[in-house]
Design a protein around this ligand. Structure first.
Ligand SMILES: Cc1cc2nc3c(=O)[nH]c(=O)nc-3n(C[C@H](O)[C@H](O)[C@H](O)COP(=O)(O)OP(=O)(O)OC[C@H]3O[C@@H](n4cnc5c(N)ncnc54)[C@H](O)[C@@H]3O)c2cc1C
Length: 406
């Protein structure tokens, strides 16, 4: 039966909304409804590469990133649902000396945590990843505890655990508007009826800004197309090889079904206004940007020559959300009591989902587990961007994601 009321409504059953539902239920909140316009995890989530990169050069971020690492390493214990975390490590490669300080900062972070990190020679890196060719790399680190997951399994795991804790899940339920009375949320309006509520969490991924514009807000978060591709099996790909991250060309490569999954940033950042799409648009219908794919492929071939002969068997793309300062947007909204936004994944929503869900729960439970909520608050932006400036700035952020200190 469709609920007439709920204490908390979460809009969006992607990895962020599902994590928030789980964490809220785990905190003991009751009467929670998770809504999605499609099936669960039908937005950008299923198209992700699912990779983690937990070592941060900012010491204040380490509690958050290590919380996520620990959660993913122990996902079945936390949620009751198993996932496969392919934890074969990552190589982070500086091709120029300019990025050596970043690698050294990672070493400091690893030492601080007591985690394994090794500097490798190009030859040692090639032993781990036989298809990699970076003889002139200036620095290569191996981070043992990075890895990748199947992204949809994470979202479904959270949602299943949330349901076990009493959360009601309503799919094929599209929110058209939010009712606000005297500055406080009152109800959501959907294609299946109205639900009265006290709290609304907007975790609508690419649609977050569009949805909040419906009720007069302009959240500083923009969807930007991100693309990757997967090749047919290649002879020298080792299933347990680490992820490779090349800093300057902003490319990542990991094994996938015997072939290579290749993605990258800066090859042609394009943001979107979701009103440009038809009402029934789905992420799976997102058009490819062939120029982006071709530039990415040419660049990746320089470091993975085997890609030259490879057949592309699968393309992945979606609309992750970017903010003008490359930080998450996990926040209450001053103008509307009871409203919370969870967006701005910076193409890292799978790996950061445990912490983002935790912070959403903190906003309702009145805690600040990581002490970072002010850094991710909606009112942190001093500049008020025009629409064009906002999109331009978010495209720039996206186009330089690997070039910023991580
Ligand atoms: C090619 C690619 C590679 C990536 N690689 C990685 C990676 O290696 N590691 C990583 O951590 N991240 C990666 N990402 C990013 C990751 O996919 C995102 O950060 C994450 O999926 C965002 O999740 P979300 O819940 O915010 O959005 P979504 O998954 O899009 O979920 C939002 C949900 O809201 C629903 N919704 C929207 N509007 C409404 C409405 N009005 N009513 C009801 N429901 C609504 C949608 O149907 C959707 O299911 C990658 C992304 C891409 C595209």
């Amino acid at each position: 039966m469709f609920p007439a009321s709920a204490n908390i409504i979460i809009i969006g059953g992607g990895v962020l909304g599902a994590s928030a539902a789980f964490q809220l239920a785990k905190d003991g909140h009751q009467d929670i409804v998770l809504l999605d316009r499609g099936p669960l995890a039908s937005g950008t989530t299923p198209f992700a590469a699912g990779q983690t990169a937990y070592l941060s050069v900012s010491p204040d971020r380490l509690p958050l990133t290590t919380y996520c690492l620990d959660f993913l390493e122990n996902f079945a214990d936390r949620t009751g649902y198993p996932i496969h975390f392919n934890q074969h490590g990552s190589l982070r490669i500086a091709l120029t000396e300019a990025y050596l300080p970043e690698l050294e900062a990672h070493q400091v972070a690893a030492d601080q945590l007591g985690h394994e990190l090794k500097f490798l020679t190009p030859e040692e890196a090639k032993e781990l990843v036989p298809t990699l060719d970076v003889p002139d790399a200036k620095g290569i680190i191996f981070i043992a505890r990075d890895g990748y997951v199947e992204p949809k399994s994470i979202a479904i795991g959270y949602a299943s655990a949330a349901r076990d804790l009493g959360v009601t899940i309503q799919t094929h339920t599209k929110v058209s508007n939010i009712e606000v009375t005297e500055g406080k949320v009152k109800a959501v309006h959907t294609n299946r009826g109205k639900i009265q509520t006290n709290h609304i969490v907007v975790a609508a991924g690419a649609w977050t800004r569009q949805l909040t514009q419906r009720f007069g807000l302009d959240m500083q978060v923009v969807p930007v197309r991100h693309q990757a591709y997967v090749t047919a099996p290649l002879v020298d790909v080792v299933p347990r090889q680490p992820i490779v991250r090349l800093i300057e060309p902003q490319i990542y490569v990991r094994p996938e079904a015997g072939g290579l999954l290749v993605g990258g940033y800066g090859y042609r950042p394009v943001s979107f206004d979701m009103d440009e799409f038809p009402n029934r648009f789905e992420i799976s219908a997102l058009e490819p940007d062939l120029i982006y794919y071709s530039r990415l492929h040419d660049a990746a071939t320089t470091y993975f020559p085997a890609l030259r002969q490879a057949t592309v068997v699968h393309e992945r793309r979606g609309l992750p959300t970017i903010t003008p300062d490359a930080k998450y947007l996990v926040s209450k909204v001053t103008e509307i009591k009871g409203l919370i936004i969870a967006a701005g994944c910076q193409v890292g929503g799978i790996q950061s989902s445990p912490a983002i869900g935790r912070m959403v729960a903190d906003l309702i439970s009145g805690q600040d587990y990581f002490g970072l909520l002010s850094a991710f608050a909606a009112d942190r932006f001093e500049s008020v961007y025009s629409d064009a400036q906002l999109r331009d700035q978010c495209e720039t952020v996206y186009g330089n994601l690997y070039l910023q200190p991580h």
